[in-house]
Design a protein around this ligand. Structure first.
Ligand code: S3P
Length: 460
């Protein structure tokens, strides 16, 4: 049994630990077969749907990283027993509408997904909940989720727009039709999860397709969800009279984590790496489509379906790359991969233009600014023009810079990846946050042959 207090201690350890700098340096050819941990988006959803299903849900391959463990801790605090038996996580569902008011605050640490989806889940319960998070999460916009939830009947104390905030759910949620103002699976999912608790049909209209794990998993748990294509987007409808049945879920490897390993193999000459069992849901593979356009030797082998999601083994070999223009409509399918793409673009000949990236400014950090600054401090010409990030590649990567990570796990991993081919090591000011999404990052990379240097050793 993973108990609440134990998890609370673990969360404090990551969010409040002193910064731990780490450097990555020029590495010999990377090679091997590896498996990345489970997909973060699917892991959050498996726990949440398991919690409101009737009966037992058994999850294998759950991502055991801080963000997901915080979601598990929050669900436990809402009265849902969750435990780990051998390699499987077991959730004893409370049924739709069956969560209970927690005794204390729900702490989501660094996780926007955990916070926003949980708001949707709490919305249909007659209870008051205070949500808190770390310094990064406390700066992120919550109005985007609160606006539709308030239309449905949720109340928020003191007009708060960021964490910490106190929300009150209701048993009388009003079903709505809501058009997403930004392409965000988190907003879509929050409204659909609330819709499960509303009397009638709730519809989300998305002008651009975003990751569809919530819809897929709702169907897997037996709910009726309809998706219809529309001019310039699609409409997803869920009814409030659905009951969910506990199910087995197998979580595929996270393509956003695999992206760092794939980029590393492309950067380091002579590399040949296979990453097994990676999710290749088309709403998530924009990064890999871009790699192919850049000239990457990348193959999806043994394509198959696991737990309602498509997966494959990714085979990546070092390649000579060319800069590309990444079209704006691809952004939702690779939104978390722009920092590592920008680092990879430093090694590609010519310019890479990544357009229409306003959403990157409201992630765990302002990723447009953090990425450009990190590249420039390592001798790579890069700039932000409006919402476009431009990297001039192929001029060599001098390295030697220290990158400010701003409590952002993906900035830390992207720049450690940059360092693997640089003339001098690249240092990130805090590698501790990597534990929020990919605690195995360093071990897996070193297993392939990557060179990491602890700050202690570098100082000696
Ligand atoms: C996620 C959606 C994306 C992504 C995040 C995970 C999800 O956020 O950046 O890491 O699991 O729904 P937005 O929906 O805000 O774009």
């Amino acid at each position: 049994m993973i108990s609440g207090p134990i998890r609370a201690e673990a969360r404090k350890a990551v969010s409040h630990a002193p910064p731990s700098p780490l450097s990555a340096g020029k590495s010999p050819a990377l090679s091997g077969r590896v498996r990345v941990p489970g997909d973060k988006s699917i892991s959050h959803r498996a726990l949440m749907l398991g919690a409101i299903a009737t009966g037992r849900t058994r999850i294998s391959g759950l991502l055991e990283a801080e963000d997901v463990l915080n979601t598990a801790g929050a669900l436990q605090a809402l009265g849902c027993p969750i435990r780990k038996e051998a390699m499987t996580w077991e959730v004893l569902g409370r049924g739709v509408g069956g969560l209970a008011e927690p005794a204390g605050d729900l702490d989501f640490g660094n996780s926007g997904t955990g916070t926003r989806l949980m708001m949707g889940l709490i919305a249909g319960h007659d209870m008051t909940v205070r949500l808190i998070g770390d310094a990064s999460l406390s700066k992120r916009p919550m109005v985007r989720v609160l606006k539709p939830l308030m239309q449905m009947g949720v109340e928020v104390s003191n007009g708060a727009t960021t964490l910490p905030l106190t929300m009150r759910g209701t048993l009388d949620l009003i079903p709505i039709a809501y058009t997403l103002p930004v392409a965000s699976a988190q907003i879509k999912s929050a409204v659909l999860l609330a819709g499960l608790h509303a009397a009638g049909a709730t519809t989300v209209i998305e002008p651009q397709a975003t990751r569809d794990h919530t819809e897929r998993m709702l169907r897997h748990f037996g709910a009726e969800v309809t998706t219809t294509g529309r001019e310039g987007g699609r409409a997803i409808t869920v009814r409030g009279d659905n009951e969910l049945d506990g199910r087995d879920v197998k979580v595929p490897g996270d393509p956003s984590s695999a992206a760092f390993l794939a980029a590393a193999a492309l950067i380091v000459p002579g590399s040949d790496v296979t990453i097994e069992g990676v999710l290749i849901n088309p709403t998530r593979t924009g990064f890999y489509a871009t790699l192919r356009e850049m000239g990457a030797d990348l193959r999806f082998l043994d394509e198959r379906e696991e737990g309602g999601e498509p997966v494959a083994d990714l085979c990546v070999r070092h390649s000579k790359l060319t800069g590309v223009r990444v079209p704006p409509e691809r952004a939702p399918s690779m939104i978390d991969e722009y920092p590592v793409l920008a680092c990879l673009a430093a090694y590609a000949d010519g310019e890479t233009r990544m357009e229409d990236l306003a959403e990157l400014k409201v992630k765990e950090s302002d990723r447009l600014a953090a990425t450009a600054a990190g590249l420039v401090s390592n001798g790579v010409p890069a700039k932000v023009e409006g919402d476009t990030l431009i990297v001039a590649g192929g001029k060599g990567v001098r390295g030697g810079g220290t990158v400010a990570t701003h409590l952002d796990h993906r900035i830390a991993m992207a720049f450690l990846t940059l360092g693997l081919g640089a003339d001098r090591p690249v240092t990130v000011d805090d590698a501790g946050m990597i534990a929020t999404s990919f605690p195995e990052f360093r071990g897996l990379m070193e297993g392939l042959g990557a060179t990491f240097i602890d700050a202690e050793t570098a100082r000696r």
